[in-house]
Design a protein around this ligand. Structure first.
Ligand code: FES
Length: 103
């Protein structure tokens, strides 16, 4: 359980929103998809800008800077200019607190 880190309260990342957090020095973007919270590395694979500056569109995180899209839960790349996925992390909700396993 050493990798699990509390990163935010659940109400700090409401449905339809992104939130940037840090866990053990790793920048993470949380995405709340209608109550399901997912976590990706907060660094776009196109040009390293933070994905947390972008927005959630359905199940996709859309990068603010050049429009790349990633699956908000798996990190799979869905649109150019990115050509690589981003890392995803396991998430658990415990007593209305969000925990992420950063390994
Ligand atoms: S930095 Fe994200 S699309 Fe370019």
């Amino acid at each position: 359980m050493a990798g699990w880190v509390r990163v935010a309260k659940l109400d700090e990342c409401p449905p339809g929103e992104l939130k940037g957090v840090t866990a053990n020095g790793v920048a993470i973007v949380l995405a709340n998809l209608d109550g399901t919270v997912c976590a990706l590395r907060d660094r776009c694979s196109h040009d390293d800008y933070p994905l947390s500056d972008g927005e959630l569109d359905g199940g996709d995180v859309v990068c603010l800077y050049h429009g790349a899209r990633f699956d908000a839960c798996s990190g799979a790349r869905k649109a150019l200019p990115a050509i690589r996925p981003v890392d995803s992390f396991p998430v658990e909700i415990r007593d209305d607190e969000i925990y992420v396993d950063v390994g």
